[in-house]
Every structure is written in structure tokens, then in C-alpha cells.
Design a protein around this ligand. Structure first.
Ligand code: ZN
Length: 412
């Protein structure tokens, strides 16, 4: 089946030559076609061109974009979408003056989510996560990564990953899954870190690998959580199963973990709110993707990652939501693009590329999605009529999306 889209005020091509990512200042540049058409054949982009140079005549359906812009769907490469309970009570406690540590001491935090998750059935978890997924698809997300990490036991971690895999099977968008058993130490391993690491390396990883439940492995490397040495033990174990890593690093402290992550071929290092000159330099010279999560900085009122420094050091910068119940309860990629501009001083074009092509690279899908290119999947957003790409971050908090297409089919 072929569908012709006409009346597109601008196609934001993002890139044209099968580029896997954009690094440094390349991020801010992409070709744009004004007053254009685009032809979709089955689930792929067949061709595109300018309205005044003539339209294809052979097609089955026609869709009028009504002067809206067409850009690739957002790629959210870092989420914790599968969870059991929301934590708005902790949010309110914070507003009454309690610190994150005090809330955790009262039974809040990651362990609170873990407790609720263990009590939930796989079916309940699936239903809740499916609702969230449908909601973010309507906001333009066309590919997503989902982590485990609230199970913290073999059985519950597997339950979370099974839910994430099922979402990928039942919804049209690509879903990549990440095993984050090393999110926090469960209560009973509080004073026996090695005991839990061993459970991860000798029990969870082999089982998860056998059932092919995880595309990646993740570790929350931070003071009070997992040390750099503990992270390396997990990365070594994952290597045996050919599972690459995407890592939570440098959120509150720089522990010199970035260099180690790069030497272990980490696919991405995520958060990066606290960076030394050395961290910036080694990341800028590497092919490891720097994934920034401005929604978490907004919600926790912590510093924003130094996007400009990363770009000037030639790093591959991507943007994601970190959608989770504790520190970033929003899956709205449009808002992340706004925050990237307003709070991290990225240009609108940089933020759009970081939230599409480089996001796709951060889940190894940039050969299929992340830009408008011939042969790529027909995953794109059509906006309301907008004056320029800058309007997307400028009109923050508003819904600018008119239609969302995944595999050439309208999903919202
Ligand atoms: Zn996270």
C-alpha cells in the first residue's frame, strides 16, 4: 500500500546519508525541505520532494498535512516505564520540606517502588505500562527503551523484563529492554554487597540471557549505590553473554566511572549532571553516547547536564525522559526538547537531532529510524501549522502534534 502525504510546510530531514549519529556541532545542522510531499510504501519511506516540482501520481491513499511540519518520531532511549505505584505522596512530602534522604529513610525511594512491584502481578504491571506507552505514543514517541530495576530479585526483575518484551510484541513501535538489577541494594543485602552482585552475575544475568529478555545491562553507579568496581564486575559478567551496557553515571558525583565505561565499550552513559573536565574530554573522544535527562533535573532541582560543554568537546549527545515514578514522572519528549533549549542552551535544531537520530543511535536503531530518509521506517510526526522548527521548544508544554505515524500507520 502507498500513501502520499502532501501540503507539508517543512520536512525536517535530520540527515540523508545513513549517518549513525551526529557528534559535536553537527547536531545543529540538518537539511530542510519546504512545501513538500512524502510517499510511504508499506512501512517505509519511499521518496519525498517539493510540491512545485510535481507530485507522484501512483498511490493508494492521500493524506493532507494541512501545512504542518513533518519530522521523525521522538526516540526515548532511557525510561523506567514499567512500575507499579506512583509516588506523588513522596513528591508532596518534599514540598513540605523533607529531603530525599529523609523520604528514603521513611520507606520511600527506589525500595518503595520495589516493594510495590513485587506485590503486583505481571498482568497488572502490563496494563499500567501499556497505558503509559499509549500516552507517550500520542505525544510523538516512536521508539523506546524500557529498564527493569524495581524488582531487585531474580523473579521480579524477570517479571518486569517480560512485561517490557510483551509491549514490544503488542505495539508497533520498537521497544528495547535493559536489565537494571543493579539499581539499588535490596534491604537484605544492605551489608552484603558482594552477595547481591553475585546474585546479579551468577543467577539473574544467565537466566535473563537464556530467555533473551534484555538487549542491554545497566548499573546505577553512584555514592551509596554501586561503586565503580561493582559496576565493572557486572559489565564483565554481561560481556560473556554479549550484552552491551547503558549506564546511570555522574548524576550526583563524578566517580571517574566514565573512562572505565568507555573502555568497556558502553553504548551510552546517561545523566551526566556532574562532570569534570576529564570526563568531558574522554567522552568527547569516544563513540559512547552521552544521554541527557533534563526532566530529572527539573523535577529533583539538581543541576542540568552541561550540554554545551559536551557538544564543544565533540560528544554524541542524545536526549531522553528518564520516565519513572520517583525522579522524573513525565514521558513527554516535547518537554525534554524545550528543557534542553531553555535550561541547557541547546539550539532547537540540536535538541531535535538529539531527541531523534542520536536517541535512535543510543538504542542501536539509527539505521532504521531517527531521520526522514528513503528506505527508513515511516515513523514520523505531523505537527500543527508552525512558523519554524524553533516553535517546537518555544511553545513549551503545549501539544503541537496533529498526527503520529508508526510503520506508515496512523497511531494518534
Ligand atoms: Zn534512569
Amino acid at each position: 500500500m502507498t500513501t502520499l502525504f502532501t501540503g507539508i510546510s517543512r520536512i525536517l530531514h535530520i540527515e540523508l546519508n545513513q549517518k549513525p549519529w551526529k557528534r559535536g556541532l553537527e547536531l545543529g545542522h540538518f537539511p530542510v525541505s519546504s512545501n513538500a510531499w512524502l510517499l510511504v510504501k508499506d512501512d517505509r519511506i519511499e521518496s519525498f520532494g517539493l510540491m512545485d516540482e510535481g507530485l507522484p501520481t501512483d498511490y493508494d491513499h492521500k493524506v493532507d498535512a494541512d501545512g504542518g511540519m513533518l519530522l521523525p518520531t521522538w526516540v526515548d532511549s532511557h525510561t523506567h516505564l514499567v512500575y507499579a505505584g506512583t509516588r506523588e505522596d513522596e513528591f508532596a512530602q518534599r514540598l513540605y520540606g523533607l529531603s530525599y534522604a529523609e523520604i528514603a529513610a521513611k520507606g520511600g525511594g527506589i525500595l518503595n517502588s520495589a516493594k510495590r512491584l513485587r506485590k503486583s502481578s505481571e498482568e497488572e504491571l502490563y496494563e499500567l505500562a501499556a497505558q503509559r506507552l499509549e500516552e507517550v505514543m500520542k505525544m510523538g514517541t516512536g521508539a523506546i527503551e524500557i529498564k527493569s530495576g524495581y524488582g531487585l530479585s531474580t523473579e521480579s526483575e524477570i517479571k518486569m523484563l517480560r512485561v517490557a518484551r510483551r509491549l514490544g510484541e503488542n505495539y508497533p513501535l520498537p521497544v528495547k529492554t535493559t536489565f537494571l538489577g543493579a539499581h539499588a541494594f535490596p534491604e537484605k543485602f544492605k551489608d552484603d554487597h558482594q552477595g547481591y552482585i553475585q546474585q546479579i552475575t551468577d543467577e539473574m544475568l544467565p537466566e535473563i540471557a537464556t530467555q533473551n529478555l534484555a538487549d542491554y545491562v545497566d548499573v546505577f553507579c553512584e555514592e551509596g549505590y554501586f561503586s565503580v568496581d561493582e559496576m565493572l564486575q557486572i559489565l564483565e559478567a554481561a560481556k560473556k553473554y554479549n550484552i552491551k551496557s547503558k549506564l546511570h553515571l555522574n548524576q550526583f558525583n563524578s566517580l571517574n566511572s566514565i573512562e572505565k565505561a568507555i573502555s568497556h565499550d558502553a553504548l551510552s552513559v546517561d545523566h551526566l549532571e556532574v562532570m569534570t573536565e576529564y570526563d568531558l574530554a574522554v567522552l568527547g573522544e569516544s563513540d559512547t553516547i552521552a544521554t541527557l535527562l533534563p526532566g530529572c533535573s527539573l523535577f529533583l532541582e539538581i543541576p542540568y547536564a552541561p550540554a554545551r560543554d559536551l557538544i564543544s568537546k565533540n560528544a554524541i549527545v542524545s536526549l531522553a525522559t528518564d520516565y519513572n515514578p520517583g525522579s522524573a514522572p513525565s514521558g513527554n519528549m516535547n518537554l525534554m526538547v524545550s528543557l534542553a533549549c531553555i535550561k541547557m542552551k541547546m539550539t532547537p535544531e540540536e535538541a531535535i537531532s538529539a531527541a531523534t537520530l542520536n536517541g535512535a543511535a543510543a538504542i542501536e536503531l539509527s539505521q532504521q529510524i531517527g531521520s526522514i530518509e528513503k528506505g527508513k521506517k515511516a515513523n514520523f510526526i505531523i505537527t500543527r501549522p508552525l512558523s519554524s522548527p524553533s516553535f517546537i521548544p518555544y511553545n513549551f508544554g503545549h501539544n503541537l502534534i496533529s498526527k503520529v505515524f508508526i510503520n506508515g500507520i496512523e497511531v494518534a
